[in-house]
Design a protein around this ligand. Sequence first.
Ligand SMILES: Cc1ncc(COP(=O)(O)O)c(C=O)c1O
Length: 400
Amino acid sequence: MSNDRPKKPNMNTRVIRAGYSKKRNSGVVNTPVYHASTVVFDTIAELRDVGARAMRGEKALCYGRFGTPTHWTLEEAITELAGGADTILTPSGIAACALAVIGSVKAGDHVLVSDSAYEPTRKLCDGLLKDFGVETSYYDPCIGAGISALMQPNTRLVFCESPGSHTFEIQDIPAIAQAAHAHGAKVTIDNTWASPIYCQPIALGADISIEAGTKYLSGHSDAMIGAVTATAEMLPGLRRAVLALGYSVGPDDVYLTTRGLRTLGVRLARHQENAMKVALWLRGRPEVKRVLYPALVDDPGHQIWKRDFQGASGLMGVLLHRTSPAAVAALIEGLAYFGLGYSWGGFESLIAPSSPKTIRTAVPWTEAEPGIRLHIGLEDPIDLIGDLEKGFARFTAALG
Ligand SMILES: Cc1ncc(COP(=O)(O)O)c(C=O)c1O
């Protein structure tokens, strides 16, 4: 491979080469899986030197927990796609959310969290962080520059997630980042829905970008992993926290994620194409009040999505005119091609009931519940639509 490549190739090209080092891999295309805890040295001086470099965050092979070439390949790949100075891998997506917050705040600080954030992120803030003296308040995800009014002298972090879990509001990250920075606060965003291929929040002004790599990055529903990509300013605090917490990511999950990453471009393009077909079909259904999918031109977040994102993934919400738990169960439980299960971002379609009403505290959710959340996979959308059509017949019969 020649080094004579254009400076900023297209994302679909970058995702193929990102993190690859011919020298590190002795020419092998995929970095081997290093199963390592102990690494041995010839001299005490070498042991100390490599240890000190690893503590500073350098990619130095010191001890399994601090990473091996298997980890560095993925870290460098994600950094290349997401921007920022470096990436820290975490054992799950929620571990990445936790690290982003714990590594950025201390007792006495205040955090602002989007009302649309993934529920376990809220539980972290309302539980452990509260016990450790960090106060959290929740804000309207659509607040934009209005976040200024919520800033307290001790606000250190604004946590965003765009689009929001279950409710799919698109946040104005540049406006939020500008307001937060003016008050001396930092901005972190859970970017799992878009992945670094379809959104690069650090370029939009965020200081930290989080991926639950369990979803699209690995993409095959067989690995648990997270990633925190940050600016140079944020990294020392994050590294300090990760060392203290003792996070370690198993090399097989890292390998699977790097392998998954290479096809992220083609997978996401197909997720998007299929999701749009299903979303448009759903929008025409008499049972459906609204499809929550920012790529739809009439979605309230569409204009910001168009400005800040390069694509849409396969996850969407569906609001229903009339609903009941039994009717939604009748719809879901008879489906042939949609699995009922936690998570999303794998190659397969998933479905689950969605009830955000009891989670939210800043902006009441007034829609009929349960709604449904769909992850549109890589199957033929004609089959998915046919499956859903039969599901809606069961739904209507159950509603009576
Ligand atoms: C938006 C978002 N962030 C984070 C997570 C957590 O990821 P993990 O299950 O890998 O901990 C999830 C999981 O569903 C998620 O949907």
